[in-house]
Design a protein around this ligand. Structure first.
Ligand code: SAM
Length: 280
């Protein structure tokens, strides 16, 4: 099944069609942020890891890879954010104001602090009301953010998608912009985005890291858990702690079918389906 999925995605993802059309064709989707309840669950998960005793007053937050919507601006403002950066690698978020008005109303019962968006005429008005800034230049956008200015950084199912050769640079930016008292939290999903196994490890780097594969909706950087943790440390984070882990019972793809670069990986790495990690 996975070879067929790769073939179909390689063709459909690279057609010159708008992102929303590709989403409808089922070849590309950037997460689940169109569901505000999901967004709030994600925000609260990371908030509880970073600041279990409460966020700093007027905190500055940064979400890497918000995906299909900017709903996190509602979550952060519900908790009193003074500023929220939403940094993605492309313009994937919904722009229709009705979506955000509806999301705000659905959440307001539990989170009365969410700003009143009913009179906002444009998405920019809404972002202003939430003190949000959406930037879509990925690493380049991170480079515009001032040193020591962010209290909380989080990402949900994003760090496995950043290009392998940008992973360290992104962490270095996180280290630069995070305040000394700041905290970061990341959920990383190591499953292949084809068949929820490790079929991605079958390919040599010379194929996997081509532009064609990187832009085909199933790209993951194949940085396994122990390597990711080493890279966080190398970027200057002295506290790197795995606070949640999801494991397979058995390695889901035969080791013998993997590219030679992965055949000697530890059982531990090949059994790790996902982790939540905090860094500061
Ligand atoms: C699987 S989606 C997850 C979206 C959202 N976090 C969620 O949980 O629904 C991965 C997101 O990471 C973004 N992404 C990938 N590389 C990135 C980069 N270098 N900088 C910022 N965002 C990136 C993608 O554009 C996409 O929006």
């Amino acid at each position: 099944m996975w070879p067929l999925k790769i073939a179909v995605k390689l063709v459909l993802s690279n057609l010159p069609l708008p992102y929303r059309v590709k989403t409808k064709l089922g070849c590309m989707q950037h997460g689940f942020m169109e569901d505000p309840q999901y967004g709030m669950k994600v925000f609260e998960h990371h908030k509880n890891i970073c600041f279990p005793d409460g966020l700093p007053d007027g905190f500055t937050a940064l979400e890497l890879g918000p995906g299909d919507s900017l709903a996190s601006m509602l979550m952060a403002s519900a908790y009193g954010a003074g500023k929220i950066w939403l940094i993605d690698a492309g313009q994937f978020a919904r722009t229709d104001t009705a979506f955000y008005k509806d999301a705000a109303e659905r959440l307001r019962g539990d989170y009365p602090q969410i700003p009143d968006l009913s009179k906002a005429g444009t998405l920019q008005d809404m972002m202003d009301a939430c003190h949000a800034q959406y930037e879509t230049g990925g690493l380049q956008s991170l480079r515009q953010i001032p040193d020591n200015s962010v209290d909380m950084i989080w990402s949900q199912a994003v760090l496995e998608h950043v290009w392998k050769d940008e992973f360290n640079a992104i962490q270095a930016e996180f280290k630069r912009i995070l305040k000394p008292s700041g905290r970061a939290s990341h959920v990383i999903d190591f499953q292949d985005h084809l068949n929820h196994a490790l079929n991605n490890l079958r390919f040599p780097e010379s194929i996997w890291e081509t532009t064609l594969f990187r832009t085909s909706g199933f790209y993951t950087n194949r940085i396994l858990a122990s390597d990711a943790l080493a890279r966080f440390r190398m970027s200057g984070f002295s506290h790197v702690r795995v606070v949640g882990e999801d494991r397979w019972d058995t390695i889901p793809t035969p080791r013998s079918a993997m590219d030679s670069a992965f055949q000697s990986c530890t059982d531990d790495d090949l059994l790790t389906r996902g982790i939540t990690v905090t860094t500061y």
